[in-house]
Every structure is written in structure tokens, then in C-alpha cells.
Design a protein around this ligand. Structure first.
Ligand code: FAD
Length: 441
């Protein structure tokens, strides 16, 4: 319906913009709109994935959430909200494999690995460069690894690590997503890393900011700055996109523009009678859950790394991070809090899992004995990693114009169906607010 024809009573009783989700994207959209909107959040608290919980003086985020900021205006905004609470750190991340720690990224740091492993990696890397690096784009992530890193790096790190991270074999994933996130070293970097020369850190996250009492501080600060209160425990059961109405259990709510940060496949599933191609495209979208552990230690963490990548299949986890190495306020004095991201995409039995976890942590010298673990909790993130499989982009091409034509701005990491950061979420929210204002003109 053109804007001019919006029923006057509806216009007066409903704000023009409705936002679904009070994660960073949704709250950033609200912040930038200032007024004329309503924001609904399914859960009883704000922040989405950017939250911190506390138990017995230990603090846990939903695994490591570090701020890697490139946009000066976002940096200024975050600094203005968190001030002295922001800790600035230089990344200390390591890879643990073959029983030793090496620096990250693996592909530029073979020094310290068993000589035969380092040899395989270097020879593979040189051979792939010598083979004349065809200009053809790799079809999938496995081909991407073989083409840019060679067989050794691929088999010792890239393939096993990414299989654990994504929960599917890298050949199921397209190569497009990784250009930004997987650092491609130059020959000089690989050689320097093989002989142990320390060079500048590679990759997008060489330095980060972190709020002293966990990432949830950012969400709380943002919530405090919203002019419109969030409606918690509020989620529509359907979206009547033709009449521009949200259907809640007990009422209907009109909108002129809908900003949705709900996972895109969920949004499509609650559209009332969508066109068939749209419904089918929604069903093609895949996103993996993630199981991870909050682990409280009675002792300090045995290593000083911020986080450690663990590619080998014999360990049931692929990354271990230590919150207290980000900030000592994340646990009581002399103790520490960890996150352990699990390779399994199926529900896990804690009692069966913990002996293997404790053993792995001892091998990694993070703890000395199983009793160092005070408690552990299993957590699940329902939507964690959007799978950029071979259907994904086709489906998005179908969905995006449909939503746009119907004044639905689907935004954020899961609304926009992408692999993106908290900074991206804040920017996406700002952009969504701008677009919503434009649509109302
Ligand atoms: C394991 C992991 C580690 C990460 N580490 C980092 C990191 O180190 N640094 C970094 O910058 N980024 C990191 N990220 C990415 C970061 O978490 C996201 O980019 C960002 O939090 C996304 O915010 P969002 O608002 O788009 O989505 P979300 O945080 O998912 O927020 C969406 C909100 O919508 C709500 N919602 C869902 N359905 C409904 C409904 N039907 N109605 C109303 N509300 C609904 C949800 O409850 C949620 O609050 C990580 C992500 C993961 C999964």
C-alpha cells in the first residue's frame, strides 16, 4: 500500500517502524531512528549474542566476543559509551597441534612444528605457487585452501580446522566468504614464519578492544541510550506481509517498514502465505548451531593466550579461549573463566564429554589436574554459522528483492544472512534505520 493511503487510525496507534530483535543490529537501528519505532525482543534481555552471564563471580560471554573496529565513527561511539571500561589488547592467539603451540595464523608460522610437518607445509605452498596459480576462481573452500595454501597447510590445518568450525566439509562451502577472514600470506611471510622471525601480525583481528566486565556491557550501554523501551518476551507468530501487520498471540501490530534481525530462514517461515519460490528459497538456507562450554577454573589459566585454535580431530573442541586473559575482572582473583567451542553439532552429554575435555586441557597445559575445573556448563547457540553452501546465494537472490519490495529490511548477521562482526551489526543497524527513514519519505 502506498504510504499516503495508510489508514489514519493505524498511523496514530502504530509507530511507522517496527524492529524485531534487540541484538546489536536492532538496538543500533533504534538508536539511529531515535523515535517513531517499536522494538520487540523474544528474550527477557537485550544483546542477542553480545551478552555476558555471571555465575559465582565468574563471567562468560557467548564464546569470545572481541571488538575489531575499523570504522572510526563506530569506534568513537563505542568509546563514548564505555569510556575507561574498554581494554585495548594485542592479539595473543596460538595454534595447538602435534603437542606444541605455534603462532597464528598457522600458514605463516610453521616454526616449532615437527620438522616433517613444517616441510610438508612449505613444499606444498611453494608447489602451488609454482604451478602457475591459474586465474580460475576456486569453486569451494577446499579448492581455495589447496590453491592458495597448498596441500600441507590444507591437510594439517585448513581442512580439519574448518570442518570442525563449520560442522561440514569445506567442499560444501563456497569460497566467497573467506577472502576477508582467512589471511593469505606472501612467500616472505611463510619463510619468515618457518625460521621463527617475528613479523607483524597478519589478519583482520591483530588488535582488539574488550569491555572489562564482558561484552554484555556494550549491549547494556546501548540499551540505556534508547529513547524507546524494548518490549521483551515479545515475538510475532506470523507476519502478514500483504497487509503489513505482525500477528502476536493477543493482538495485531501494523507497520510501514519492518526491520527484522530475526534469522532470515525463521522470518521466511513465519511469513503468511509467501509466494512459492520465496518459501522454497527460505528452505534452502542452512545455518549451523554451536555447542560450547562455559568453564570455571579454581586456578589461573596455565597459558597466557587469548584463544587457541585446535585443529586435530582427536580433540572434541576446535577453539579454547580464556576470558580472564582478556580482562582479569572476568573471574574472582586467582581463578579464571574459559570458553570451549565444541566440534559436535549434536547435543552432548556433559558427563561423557568432560573427561576428554579435562585431558585435552591438561595436554595444552591450561590446567594441571581435572580438579582445577570448578564447574562447566554446556550452552547452545541455535544460529551460529550461516553455511555459504552452493544453494545459498541463489536463495538470497530470490529473497532479497521480495523483501525489499514489501518494505521488509532484513538486517544483521542472521537477518542479512552473512558472516559478520559486531561492528558490522552496529553499521547494519545504522544503515537499516537510514533506509527505513527513506522509505517513509
Ligand atoms: C561463536 C561466535 C563468536 C563470535 N565472535 C565475535 C567476535 O569475536 N567479534 C565480533 O565482532 N563478532 C563476533 N561474532 C559475531 C557477533 O556475535 C554478531 O555479528 C552480532 O552479535 C550480531 O548481532 P545481530 O543483532 O545481528 O544478531 P543477534 O545477536 O542474533 O540478535 C538478534 C536478536 O533477535 C532476537 N530474536 C530472534 N527471533 C526473534 C523474533 N521472532 N522476534 C523478536 N526477536 C527475535 C534474538 O533473541 C536476538 O536478541 C561471533 C558470533 C559467533 C556465533
Amino acid at each position: 500500500m502506498p504510504l499516503g493511503k495508510v489508514d489514519e487510525r493505524t498511523r496514530m496507534s502504530s509507530p511507522p517502524v517496527v524492529i524485531l530483535g534487540a541484538g546489536l543490529t536492532g538496538m543500533s537501528a533504534g538508536y539511529h531512528l531515535q523515535h517513531g519505532y517499536e522494538i520487540h525482543e523474544r528474550l527477557p534481555y537485550p544483546g542477542g549474542l553480545a551478552v555476558t552471564i555471571e555465575e559465582k563471580g565468574y563471567r562468560f560471554d557467548r564464546t569470545g566476543h572481541l571488538l575489531h573496529l575499523n570504522d572510526p565513527s563506530i569506534r568513537r561511539w563505542i568509546e563514548s559509551m564505555l569510556g575507561d571500561e574498554l581494554i585495548k589488547a594485542e592479539r595473543r592467539s596460538r595454534v595447538f597441534s602435534h603437542g606444541v603451540y605455534t603462532r597464528y595464523p598457522y600458514q605463516a608460522n610453521t616454526f616449532g612444528l615437527p620438522p616433517e610437518v613444517a616441510y610438508e607445509c612449505l613444499v606444498g605452498f611453494i608447489k602451488t605457487r609454482e604451478s602457475g596459480a591459474s586465474t580460475e576462481r576456486p569453486n569451494d573452500f577446499e579448492q581455495y585452501c589447496l590453491k592458495y595454501f597448498g596441500a600441507g597447510f590444507s591437510s594439517h590445518f585448513m581442512i580439519p580446522y574448518n570442518r570442525k568450525l563449520w560442522g561440514v566439509h569445506p567442499r560444501e562451502i563456497t569460497a566467497e566468504w573467506c577472502e576477508r577472514f582467512v589471511p593469505r600470506p606472501e612467500l616472505e611471510d611463510v619463510i619468515a614464519g618457518a625460521v621463527g622471525l617475528k613479523r607483524a601480525e597478519l589478519g583482520y583481528n591483530a588488535e582488539f578492544l574488550y569491555p572489562a566486565r564482558g561484552i554484555g556491557m556494550l549491549a547494556s550501554a546501548l540499551k540505556e541510550r534508547l529513547r524507546v523501551p524494548i518490549r521483551f518476551r515479545s515475538a510475532p507468530k506470523a507476519v502478514d506481509w500483504r497487509r503489513r501487520k505482525l500477528i502476536f498471540e493477543d493482538r495485531e501490530q501494523s507497520y510501514e517498514v519492518l526491520i527484522s534481525t530475526v534469522p532470515l530462514n525463521t522470518l521466511i517461515a513465519i511469513l503468511e502465505h509467501p509466494p512459492d519460490p520465496v518459501r522454497r528459497a527460505g528452505l534452502l538456507l542452512r545455518c549451523n548451531p554451536l555447542y560450547y562450554l562455559d568453564v570455571a577454573l579454581d586456578v589461573s589459566c596455565g597459558v597466557d593466550s587469548h584463544w587457541v585454535y585446535v585443529p586435530e580431530e582427536r580433540y572434541p573442541f576446535y577453539r579454547v579461549g580464556c576470558y580472564t586473559n582478556f580482562s582479569d575482572k572476568m573471574a574472582p582473583p586467582g581463578k579464571s573463566s574459559l570458553y570451549i567451542e565444541l566440534a559436535s553439532r549434536e547435543p552432548v552429554s556433559e558427563s561423557r564429554l568432560m573427561p576428554g575435555i579435562a585431558e585435552g586441557l591438561m595436554e595444552m597445559k591450561i590446567i594441571k589436574r581435572p580438579d582445577d575445573i570448578a564447574f562447566a556448563r554446556t550452552r547452545r547457540i541455535n544460529h551460529a554459522y550461516v553455511l555459504f553452501d552452493h544453494n545459498c546465494y541463489k536463495a538470497l537472490e530470490q529473497l532479497r528483492p521480495f523483501l525489499e519490495d514489501n518494505r521488509i529490511i532484513s538486517s544483521g548477521r542472521y537477518g542479512g544472512w552473512n558472516y559478520s562482526s559486531m561492528e558490522d551489526a552496529l553499521i547494519a543497524g545504522r544503515n537499516a534505520a537510514g533506509k527505513a527513514m527513506e522509505l517513509q519519505r
